[in-house]
Design a protein around this ligand. Structure first.
Ligand code: ATP
Ligand code: MG
Ligand code: MG
Length: 509
C-alpha cells in the first residue's frame, strides 16, 4: 500500500438525527472527494473526504459508532499493544475505533499523531484534534445538527444559513467573521450532543509546565533518540522529501531521514531574488548525498502569493503568515507526483531558538508564553502543502519530542553561549561542523519575506511605525476575501489589499 499520503487529508462532516443530507465541501486541499454515509441508531454521519485513493481506510464503523479520520498516527505499535491482535489492521481509523471501544474519549489521550477526527455514537458527536491541533478542525454546532470540517471555507455557506443561534462553544475560539463557527482547541475533544448542539471540552494534552534537570549526555541522547523515532515514524517506509534551509532544525531532520531512507534522500530549498540560504543548504545536501533542488521565486511573485498563504492556512496572524508565505510558494512550485514532506518546522518554539541572548529567565518566559499561545495560529497546518496535493509533517512537534524539548531546563537549551545547544550537540555527529554551529536564521529572514513585505507597505505610503499594524490589517483583509467570502485566491490581489489598508490608515489619521 502506498503510504505517501494518509488515507484522508481533510473532511467535511455532518451529524444529525434522521436521513442523509447532501454536502457541498470547499477545500484548498487538493485530492479526490469521496462521500460517506453511515446510518447509526439515532443519527446519521454524512461526510465528504479528501483522499488520494483509499478513502475506506479513513472511515471506520462498528455497531453504533462511526468515525472519520484525516491524517495519521505515529505511535501505532504502542497503541496496538493494548488491543487484541489484528485490531489495527484496517488502518489508523480502525485502530482509533478499537481504542474508543475500550477507552471512550480518553482514547485521544493515548494518541501521538497529526490528525483531526469526528466520531458519532449514540447522541454524541466527538470532535478531536491531535495534541498540537496540527490539523485544524472547525465546528458549527446547532440543535439537531453538528457540522465539522478541516477547513473553515467548507462551513461558511452553512454558517450563513444557520441562525447565529448556532450554539456557543465554551473554551473554543471563534472564527473571525464566520458566526457560529469555532475552532476545536489543540489537544482537546469536544463532546457534543447532536440533539442540542451543546459541547463539553476535555483536554487530552497540555504542554509540560515543569522542567527537568538532566546531565548533558543524557539530555543529548534523549533528544537524538526521540527525534529519530519521530522521523522514522514519519517516513513511513517511503522516500520522503525534506524541505531544507541548511539551519540546524531541518538539517537534523534531513540527516535522520537519510539514515532511514533506502537510496538517496530528496531535499529542496527555496530562495528569492532578494535572499537565499542555498550555500548553507548545499553544504548539508552534499554531506548527506541527497538529490537536491533549488527553487528561486521572484520577490514580487512571493508577495503576490499572500492570498494563497492565507487561503491555505486560514490564519489571521501576520507573523505566522510571514513564516508560511515562503513555504506556500515553495510547495506551490513543487509540481509532479504527491510527496511526503518532512520539515524542521517548530523546533524554535520549545527550544526558544528566536531568543538571541543569554538570560535563562527570559528564555523560559518565552517558551512558556509560546506554548500557551500557539493554539489557533495554524502554523503547522497540512493544508499549506495540501494545496499542491502533498502531505507535510513536522517531527519537532511529535508529541514525545515536544514533551521532551519543552520540559528541559533552560540551561540545556541555551548553554556555552549557544542557542538550541542540546539539539546542536545531539546532531553533532551527523552533520558538518559549520551546520551544527550555524546561527539561527528564520525562514522569513532567509527568504527576505519580512523585509520585502515591509517595503511593499512603505511604498504604499504607510509610515514605518504603522507597518506591523498594517500587516495585520492586510492579512485580515485577504482572509475576509478568500475565506469568509470564498473568492479563489487567484482572484484576490495582494496589491489591492495593501492599497485598501493604506487608504484606511490615511483616513483614520
Ligand atoms: P534554524 O531555525 O536554526 O534557522 P531551520 O532553518 O531549519 O533552522 P527555520 O528557520 O525555523 O528552521 O524554518 C522552519 C522550517 O522551514 C525549516 O526547518 C525548513 O524545513 C523550512 N525552511 C525554512 N527555510 C527554508 C528554505 N529556504 N528552503 C526550504 N525550506 C525551508
Ligand atoms: Mg527553526
Ligand atoms: Mg532557518
Amino acid at each position: 500500500m502506498d503510504q505517501t499520503l494518509p488515507a484522508a487529508t481533510g473532511f467535511l462532516v455532518s451529524a444529525h438525527p434522521g436521513g442523509g443530507q447532501g454536502l457541498a465541501p470547499v477545500f484548498a486541499t487538493q485530492g479526490s472527494h469521496a462521500p460517506v454515509a453511515q446510518a447509526l441508531r439515532s443519527q446519521t454521519l454524512d461526510a465528504v473526504l479528501v483522499h488520494s485513493g483509499a478513502p475506506e481506510r479513513a472511515v471506520a464503523r462498528s455497531g453504533d459508532m462511526a468515525l472519520v479520520l484525516a491524517g495519521e498516527l505515529y505511535n501505532r505499535e504502542e497503541l496496538v499493544s493494548v488491543l487484541p491482535p489484528g485490531a489495527g489492521d484496517g488502518g489508523d481509523a480502525h485502530l482509533l475505533l478499537a481504542l474508543l471501544k475500550v477507552y471512550d474519549l480518553h482514547a485521544f489521550r493515548l494518541l501521538n499523531g497529526r490528525f483531526a477526527a469526528v466520531v458519532a455514537t449514540g447522541d454524541r458527536v466527538l470532535a478531536a484534534t491531535d495534541h498540537a491541533g496540527s490539523v485544524p478542525l472547525y465546528i458549527l454546532p446547532a440543535p439537531g445538527r453538528v457540522l465539522a470540517a478541516t477547513e473553515i471555507k467548507s462551513l461558511v455557506p452553512e454558517a450563513a444559513r444557520t441562525p447565529p443561534s448556532g450554539r456557543p462553544v465554551p473554551e473554543a475560539r471563534r472564527v473571525r467573521r464566520v458566526p457560529g463557527v469555532h475552532q476545536v482547541p489543540a489537544g482537546a475533544v469536544l463532546d457534543l450532543d447532536v440533539r442540542t448542539g451543546a459541547a463539553v471540552r476535555t483536554r487530552t494534552w497540555t504542554p509540560p509546565v515543569s522542567r527537568r534537570v538532566m546531565a548533558e549526555s543524557d539530555a543529548t541522547t534523549a533528544v537524538r533518540e526521540t527525534l529519530e523515532r519521530a522521523v522514522r515514524a514519519r517516513t513511513a517506509g517511503t522516500a520522503p522529501l525534506v524541505v531544507l534551509s541548511g539551519g540546524i532544525d531541518s538539517s537534523g531532520v534531513a540527516a535522520l531521514a537519510a539514515a532511514h531512507t533506502e537510496g538517496p534522500l530528496d531535499t529542496l530549498s527555496m530562495g528569492t531574488d532578494t535572499s537565499d540560504e542555498f550555500a548553507e543548504a548545499g553544504v548539508v545536501a552534499t554531506h548527506l548525498g541527497s538529490r537536491h533542488r533549488e527553487i528561486t521565486i521572484p520577490t514580487a511573485d512571493l508577495l503576490g502569493q499572500l492570498p494563497h498563504a492565507v487561503w491555505a492556512s486560514e490564519s489571521v496572524d501576520p507573523d505566522i503568515i510571514e513564516y508560511l508565505l515562503p513555504l506556500t510558494a515553495l510547495y506551490r512550485a513543487l509540481d509532479g507526483p504527491a510527496r511526503r514532506i518532512l520539515t524542521g518546522y517548530g523546533a524554535d518554539i520549545p527550544l526558544a531558538g528566536m531568543h538571541r541572548e543569554d538570560r535563562l529567565p527570559q528564555l523560559d518566559t518565552a517558551v512558556a508564553l509560546d506554548m500557551a499561545t500557539f493554539d489557533g495560529l495554524n502554523e503547522m497546518t497540512p493544508v499549506l502543502s495540501g494545496i499542491r496535493g502533498h502531505w507535510s509533517t513536522h517531527p519537532y512537534w511529535d508529541r514525545d519530542v515536544l514533551d521532551l524539548l519543552v520540559g528541559l531546563e533552560a540551561g540545556l537549551k541555551r548553554r556555552y553561549g549557544r542557542d538550541k545547544w542540546v539539539l546542536r550537540e545531539a546532531m553533532s555527529g551527523l552533520l558538518p561542523e559549520e551546520t551544527v554551529n550555524r546561527p539561527k536564521l528564520g525562514v522569513h529572514e532567509g527568504s527576505g519575506t519580512t523585509s520585502s513585505f515591509s517595503l511593499l507597505l512603505m511604498d504604499a505610503g504607510i509610515p514605518e511605525a504603522d507597518i506591523h499594524r498594517a500587516k495585520r490589517l492586510v492579512v485580515q483583509e485577504i482572509f475576509d476575501r478568500v475565506v469568509v467570502e470564498g473568492l479563489p485566491p487567484a482572484e484576490v490581489a495582494t496589491a489591492d489589499a495593501v492599497r485598501q489598508v493604506a487608504d484606511r490608515l490615511k483616513e483614520s489619521e
